[in-house]
Design a protein around this ligand. Structure first.
Ligand code: LRH
Ligand code: MN
Length: 433
């Protein structure tokens, strides 16, 4: 395999030299501000440095909509080049050593070679995603009218076999979770029998559940609509929770932030699933209208903070079985995907550190006195604290970049990849990838 360009640690260290002075100055100031409310900077830097997030393999290519996809220069052409780009992100932010693959988009010819390639770049594999929302060349039966809930048992069996195959691939890659999102549903009233479709889904998922190794989990991902535009079989957290309860303890509910109706109180959904011990984790992104898959924290940063407020509260409560999987799931239609993933990873850690800053005693006191103003002020004080110096110090101490986007641009990584990966005009398509 030809030698390809990689950002090296020395380059990052040189870039950091230029920025070290301002980050130290800002960190000193923040330390003084925090000390006023009895908080120390160091534990927060350590917590930021320990935070882990997975990136989606499909996120490093340019995304699109049903109307069009406008590929950028140096698009990754296979799973190995996707890993190269994931490695570049990890090198700069030091928060994203895990990659979540999607099958068949990333089906490995040689899983062991892929694991070695990933490990050599400081990466490992997170949850594996199945795909029964598209038909593959040569596929026997179509998923046009559904998959795990299809009226035809033969189509359901085909979808079950695909998920069982994903578990086998995941085991070879060291994953410990299968993530199942299906687009099953109807476009007109009456097209799908609402109760029977869910029964068929549960029967199919029971088959997949039986194939799970003991130490594995299956993540059920709900979504309000799209590609079905009237009814969706796994449409909301309640349906997902009901199904997890029916299937067994290894079934958990994954929250994709973009999969809810506008104005749904997602932080409450998170609190409900934590309380029910069924929170699988997250697909972080942001949205203004539908499942826009925009960069995390770019539209509703306060909502992201409130979600982490629930997560940190549960963490501090030592809630049994609380081990959510954190992952980005975005579609980068007009930005350099690597820059978007760098910024999004940073915004997720920012929300986590802001949530750690919440004065829990003051919040509980305000809640006990039903003092809404004091309660909101306690949250806002944390949310409005600029924790950028903490995030930069955490990255730099782990060998990452103080200013990762600036370092990425200075490396000319994209231009070099454009030279290494000549554009393949035949691959200009519409759609998410
Ligand atoms: C569905 C979804 C799901 C993935 C897909 C790429 O909207 O969020 O998680 O499989 O995007
Ligand atoms: Mn998702």
């Amino acid at each position: 395999m030809a030698q390809t360009f990689r950002i090296d640690d020395e380059f990052i260290a040189r870039e950091n030299e230029r920025a070290q002075a301002w980050v130290d100055e800002d960190a000193e100031h923040l330390a003084r501000v925090l000390r006023r409310s009895g908080r120390e900077l160091e534990p927060l830097v350590a917590a930021a440095a320990d935070f882990r997030l997975a990136v989606p393999s499909w996120g490093v290519g340019t995304g699109g909509t049903r109307f069009a996809r406008f590929p950028g220069p140096g698009e990754p052409r296979d799973v190995y080049e996707k890993l190269d780009d994931c490695a570049a992100i990890q090198q700069l932010v030091r928060t994203t050593p895990a990659v979540s693959l999607h099958i068949p988009w990333d089906r490995p010819d040689d899983p062991h070679a892929l694991v070695a390639y990933a490990n050599a770049r400081g990466l490992h594999f997170d949850a594996i995603n199945s795909n029964t929302f598209q038909d593959q060349p040569g596929q026997a039966r179509s998923y046009k009218f559904g998959s795990l809930s299809h009226v035809d048992a033969a189509v359901r069996q085909q979808a079950i076999r695909h998920n069982v195959e994903c578990i086998a691939i995941g085991r070879a890659l060291g994953s410990r979770a299968l993530s199942v999102w299906i687009g099953d549903g109807g476009n007109v009233p009456g097209q799908v029998h609402t109760r029977r479709a869910l029964e068929r889904y549960l029967d199919s998922m029971a088959g997949i559940y039986r194939a799970l190794p003991d130490d594995w989990r299956v993540y059920l991902e709900h979504k309000l609509y799209e590609p079905a535009f009237y009814s969706t079989v796994i449409n909301d957290w309640g349906t997902s929770y009901y199904c997890a309860e029916q299937l067994g303890p290894k079934a958990l509910c994954l929250v994709d932030l973009g999969h809810h109706a506008p104005n749904v109180n997602i932080e409450m959904v998170v609190a409900r699933l934590i309380g029910a011990r069924r929170l699988a984790g997250f697909h972080f992104n942001d949205s203004k209208y539908g499942d826009d898959d925009l960069d995390t924290g770019s539209i509703k940063p306060f909502q992201l903070f409130l979600v982490f407020n629930e997560l940190v509260d549960a963490e501090l409560d030592r809630t049994p079985g609380f081990a959510p999987a954190y992952m980005l799931d975005q579609s980068h239609n007009v930005t350099d995907p690597i820059e978007s993933l760098i910024v999004s990873a940073t915004e997720v850690v920012r929300a986590y550190v802001q949530a750690l800053l919440v004065d829990r005693a003051a919040l509980a006191d305000a809640q006990d006195r039903s003092d809404a103003i004091a309660a909101l002020a306690t949250l806002k004080r944390a949310f409005l604290t600029d924790v950028s110096p903490i995030l930069a110090l955490a990255r730099a101490r782990a060998g990452g970049a103080i200013d990762p986007v600036a370092a990425y641009r200075a490396s000319a990584y994209r231009q070099r990849k454009a030279a290494e990966r000549p554009a393949d005009a035949s691959r200009v398509t519409a759609g998410i990838v």
